[in-house]
Design a protein around this ligand. Structure first.
Ligand code: GLN
Length: 231
């Protein structure tokens, strides 16, 4: 048996609500692909985690200021973020889609002129919207979490939102009254992140654990648990 005297507990930030990657279940426990994956890796590599649902941007800030040890939050590995974060190996692929109300006539970016779109602070979706805002002539409203962003569209304040494709598809399947109208853009990969130059040991353990879970089938089991259509 292993000696647990020096088992380390890491403080890990995550989004408040980003199913199927992180969300509170009925027992108010954080579950989802990221949560199950991180806990399985921790078990595999003999460390402990304390999950802190700080929101996406909150987790970015807390990791950057060293208040927490790292974050897992469906976070895209981007060249820009690599300036301030060190990332694990990629563990999931995702792109940004635009979603509108089910009865909306908007089918493309070309129809956004003069309208307002909703984004989540500090995300790839927000970066994407900001990068094309001038070209398509829309306004941007920012929200701290995905549910408030969706709500701004369902209530009609905004005509569209920009969200990660797997997350938007999952929300719609779960009953969110939106529809996806664009193909995924700015495709990339999710990674676990620590502050650049810090927590090398944790990052190493994450990578080794991820490899082990991919080899032993546990990674796929976790993904399937949340994404495989139930019979
Ligand atoms: N994948 C997106 C990003 O990296 C959104 C993450 C999130 O909203 N939790 O910015």
């Amino acid at each position: 048996s292993r000696a647990n005297a020096d088992t380390k507990t890491y403080q890990i930030g995550t989004d408040v609500t980003f199913p199927p990657f992180e969300f509170a279940n009925n027992d108010n426990k954080y579950v989802g692909i990221d949560m199950d994956l991180l806990r399985a890796i921790a078990k595999n590599q003999d460390f402990k985690v304390n999950i802190k649902p700080l929101g996406f941007n909150g987790s970015v800030q807390a990791t950057q200021s060293g208040q927490i040890d790292g974050m897992i939050s469906g976070m895209n590995i981007t060249p820009e973020r690599k300036g301030t974060f060190d990332f694990s190996k990629p563990y999931y692929s995702s792109g940004v889609v635009m979603a509108v109300a089910p009865n909306s006539s908007i089918k493309s970016l070309n129809e956004l002129k003069g309208k307002t779109v909703a984004v989540k602070t500090g995300t790839a979706g927000a970066d994407y919207a900001n990068s094309i805002q001038k070209k398509y002539g829309f306004k941007v409203s920012t929200f701290d979490d995905s549910s408030n962003m969706y709500q701004d569209v369902t209530t009609g304040n905004s005509v569209a939102c920009f969200e990660d494709n797997p997350v938007m598809m999952y929300a719609i399947k779960q009953g969110t009254k939106l529809k996806i109208v664009t193909k995924p853009a700015n495709n990339g990969y999710y990674g676990f992140a620590v502050k650049k130059g810090q927590n090398k040991e944790l990052l190493h353990k994450f990578n080794v654990g991820l490899d082990n879970l991919k080899k032993n089938g546990e990674y796929q089991k976790i993904v399937d648990k949340y994404l495989k259509a139930k019979p």
